[in-house]
Design a protein around this ligand. Structure first.
Ligand SMILES: [Zn+2]
Length: 495
């Protein structure tokens, strides 16, 4: 099948030139701030806080991610909020990963109120399906929330504690950035088969001392293993990734998901037990082996990593409006199991209308409040996407032509992340960033009405956990604007 490359290379090149001019002005060495401006020295700190739920008699912990009514029966391994704080002498940014299915934007707003000294706090979820419900839709029944507000408060306080502790530990640092690919660690559980097989990683080390690691950031692009019969709380495979890398580098490690929608998961026949049997989803051995394979891929990426300047820190983030077309989400909101504010849809991704109460009789289209973030970390470009991005939207690898069974086969192709960022060779892509709005589906793939694509007799899975067919275009437009705003700000300050 032919793959269309959306997003013109010329667009990318134009931005690359601007970024390089600014970068040269501020990075005298490969990874050092200009000696003339001592204030632009990268500092890095990392810390973690335990956010494991308490299991008590009479207080069920509803596990998120599979069928309803799945109470936890024990703790396999603890859950954490892991924070990485970056400073450039002028601004501080916190990048936090939590071992949860997907923290919602209202919680991130609450966390930020307690950390006003930070130019940005990004809270992303590792998307474990083996932790407590933090959304609301996995309770004991469809009309009963699975969220324990006290537990959410524990998560919020854990994040704040981890960020403050990481901030108190910041030390001068230099950084190296590396990538490695292994498509055999991915399976696509939805046609067409498209992957983002690139693991991206940053290792921070003491200035001039390449082997003294201060922290490691890892970004990889797959759902965790998600054993669906499991009743034990666990970080899933990426817990093993983090543990192995922390042992390897004797430093804190923070793991982030990239583009995991569309639907990225573990291949069925990739790992075997000692008897040569293929390990199935419910085996904790598969979690361990997969997690270690991702750690090994990280080590491989870091072996070829190159110094990268990571100052100045530029933040371009704002709240956006996502038109809410999903009838199931709207019903869940009315029932109180999805307690998110909604607003009148204005037609503009950057503009929220009047608030609409859950019980309002307003009949017009409404929007969820979410956010898209672009962080320019010196020479690195970080896109923060508030959900599970389909991999098509990373490098613009769309099926062309679309399957005629799809609902909008002639819809325009959305611009992709790589074409929107100023330099796609130095990017980080964090999914479920400061929100989890579900799947972000290219409109040409949207398929809820018969006839269905690929000759199927039922719709594909994905749309029912998506805000709507316009979500991908809205998010990409928001990212385009955030990058443009950062460029304008940098150009103005360089004058
Ligand atoms: Zn998912």
């Amino acid at each position: 099948m032919r793959i269309a490359q959306a997003g013109a290379t010329g667009f990318r090149m134009r931005h690359a030139v601007i970024a390089m001019a600014i970068g040269l002005a501020l990075c005298s060495g490969p990874s050092r701030a200009n000696a003339a401006d001592e204030s632009l020295q990268l500092k890095v700190g990392a810390a973690k806080a335990d956010i494991t739920p308490e299991l008590r008699e009479g207080h069920p912990v509803w596990m998120a991610g599979h069928e309803l009514n799945r109470p936890a029966e024990g703790i396999h391994d603890p859950l954490f909020a892991r924070a990485l704080v970056l400073r450039d002498g002028q601004r501080s940014i916190a990048l936090v990963a939590v071992d949860l299915i997907g923290v919602q934007h209202p919680l991130v707003r609450r966390v930020r109120e307690q950390l006003p000294e930070f130019a940005h706090v990004l809270v992303a979820s590792t998307h474990t399906h083996e932790g407590p419900d933090c959304v609301g839709i996995w309770g004991p029944a469809p009309d009963r929330s699975g969220v324990d507000p006290q537990y959410l408060e524990k998560v919020a306080q854990g994040i704040v504690r981890a960020v403050r502790e990481a901030a108190s530990r910041t030390a001068p640092a230099e950084a190296v950035y590396g990538t490695a690919e292994d498509v055999t660690l991915l399976a696509d559980y939805r046609l067409p088969n498209v992957f983002d097989p690139v693991l991206r990683t940053v290792r921070f080390h003491r200035p001039g001392k390449r082997d003294e690691t201060l922290a490691v950031l890892v970004q990889w692009n797959s759902h965790p293993i998600e054993p669906d019969k499991n009743r034990l709380i666990t970080r899933d495979c990426y817990g093993y990734t983090v543990d192995r890398l922390e042992a390897e580098f004797a430093a804190p490690v923070v793991y982030f998901d990239g583009a995991i929608g569309g639907l990225m998961g573990t291949p069925n026949k990739r790992f075997q037990d000692a008897q040569g049997n293929w390990l199935a989803k419910d085996a904790f051995d598969l979690m361990r082996m997969y997690g270690h394979a991702v750690a090994d891929l990280t080590i491989q990426a870091l072996e070829g990593a190159k110094p990268v300047c990571m100052v100045p820190l530029v933040v371009s983030s704002r709240e956006i409006a996502l038109r809410l077309d999903n009838a199931g989400f709207r019903a869940a909101r009315r029932a109180g199991v999805l307690p998110r504010p909604a607003f009148r849809w204005t037609g503009d991704v950057d503009r929220l209308g009047e608030p609409v109460a859950p019980d309002s009789d307003y009949q017009g289209p409404v929007a969820l409040r979410s956010e898209v973030t672009y962080l320019r970390l010196g020479e690195l470009h970080l896109a923060g996407i508030p959900g599970e991005l389909y991999p098509e939207l990373v490098y613009g690898e769309f099926q062309d032509p679309a399957d005629p069974g799809a609902d909008f086969p002639d819809a325009p192709l959305e611009p992709c992340v790589a074409s929107l960022l100023p330099d796609d060779d130095k990017m980080l892509l964090i999914g479920l960033a400061s929100d989890e709005v579900g799947y972000i589906v290219p409109k040409r793939q949207w398929d809820v009405k018969p006839p269905y694509a690929y000759g199927r007799d039922s719709p594909q899975y994905g749309e029912r956990n998506s805000v709507g067919p316009e979500t991908a275009a809205l998010i990409m437009e928001a990212l385009r604007r955030r990058v443009a705003e950062a460029q304008q700000a940098s150009t103005a300050s360089a004058k």
